[in-house]
Design a protein around this ligand. Structure first.
Ligand code: 5AD
Ligand code: SF4
Length: 363
């Protein structure tokens, strides 16, 4: 696909053309993945963050947020619940802290989860930039995937989105080191933030391709009033609709370009439309991440305003997903890790190298 073609896909706004694009991307998903949804239980373990990204509601300078860190014991209990409810995978996410204490906390938590769940859960970590040594310790303790969004593949835009002490090249080096440590590596961008053009998004897609990523986690930018970027933005209905459209177009374009990789339908889509996540799946995504954090913590983990699952219990999220999947004729892969096929194919590049999902029953 040429850059011009990619740009055309991204600029689709006529409803009939949008339908066609989503149908094409969905067919591509059916071909490479099947009518299947992989599921990861998301645990937002801590909102303590040393960074000050200009767009994010839990940035260090936002003093209106009550900071928390969930205890290791409680995280293991949640993981055990998830395992019993046949979530095949977890995502452990937090703000970014680089300290010996934090590295130990994650490492010990990973070891305890692995012991409590017989090592059967696929575990993704999303805890920001760390040293290669820390990444290696976490990998050995049981993490097999890492999600680190580049936010924008344009160094100029990256610098516009972040204070001067946040470094684009450090982030790239982290992604490289994660790959060297044999993680399944995921990255992604924010879609539709002020100053970003369609050409930038085309570049982002090429960046995903060049890095040969295993997973994509990307979502539309949604303003937060307690941030420098969001403070003066009016989030009108038109703006909301535009963010939804560009978010879905980007999922479809990524599926058509990158074919067999795991693409998450970001929960931010649900903030833009009550069926946002389902639209994401119908546009080519194949992964959902229901929030299974204790509800008491959720209002203090609002990266953007309007997060939808503030009061929804983990059990309800699970039931809702079952109904939503049935409504679109898709199967939820309960009890299956849902590892990246793309990763499996890179490790075993034969024509029959489809990843054989390791189910809990199979071990
Ligand atoms: N809108 C959408 N996504 C956001 N993130 C942070 N703030 C926002 C926002 N206002 C995303 C970033 C980050 C991830 C954890 O959440 O991409 O990497
Ligand atoms: Fe911290 Fe991540 Fe938010 Fe940046 S985007 S302020 S690193 S939680």
């Amino acid at each position: 696909m040429t850059d011009t073609e990619l740009k055309e896909l991204l600029s689709t706004c006529d409803p009939a053309a949008q339908q066609e694009l989503r149908a094409r991307a969905y067919l591509c998903k059916l071909k490479f993945i099947g009518p299947k949804i992989s599921v990861r239980g998301l645990i937002e373990i801590s909102n303590i963050c040393s960074k000050n990204c200009f767009y994010c509601g839990i940035r260090r300078a936002n003093t209106h947020v009550k900071r928390y860190r969930i205890t290791q014991e409680r995280i293991v209990e949640i993981a055990r619940w998830a395992y019993e409810k046949e979530f095949g995978s977890l995502v452990i996410q937090s703000g970014e802290i680089q300290s010996a204490g934090f590295a130990d906390y994650i490492e010990n938590t990973l070891k305890s989860i692995t012991a409590a769940t017989e090592g059967k859960l696929g575990i993704t970590i999303s805890c920001g930039e760390q040293t290669p040594q820390v990444y290696e310790r976490w990998r050995k303790a049981g993490a097999s995937r890492y999600l680190l969004r580049i936010e924008s593949s344009s160094p100029e835009l990256y610098h516009q989105l972040h204070p001067a002490d946040h470094d684009f090249n450090t982030r790239l080096a982290c992604l490289k080191s994660l790959r060297e440590l044999d993680y399944q590596v995921g990255s992604g961008v924010m879609i539709g933030f002020p100053g970003q053009t369609l050409d930038n998004l085309v570049r982002d897609l090429r960046f995903f391709e060049e890095l040969d990523l295993d997973m994509i986690g990307m979502g539309p930018y949604i303003p937060h009033s307690e941030t420098p970027l969001g403070a003066n933005l009016k989030f009108t209905q038109d703006y909301r609709l535009h963010q939804l459209e560009i978010g879905l177009n980007m999922i479809s374009a990524a599926r058509l370009l990158l074919k067999d990789i795991n693409i998450a339908a970001a929960t931010a889509l649900d903030t833009l439309d009550e069926h946002g996540r389902i639209l994401g799946l119908l546009s080519g995504a194949n992964v959902v991440m229901p929030n299974i954090t204790d509800t008491q913590f959720r209002e203090n983990y609002q990266l953007y305003e309007g997060k939808t699952t503030l009061h929804e219990s983990s059990g309800n999220s699970r039931d809702k997903l079952i109904h939503q999947a049935a409504a679109i004729g898709e199967e939820v892969l309960w009890g299956t890790r849902g590892d990246s096929q793309h990763y499996a194919a890179r490790h075993c590049p034969t024509p029959t190298a489809e990843s054989k999902p390791s189910t809990l029953a199979e071990g």
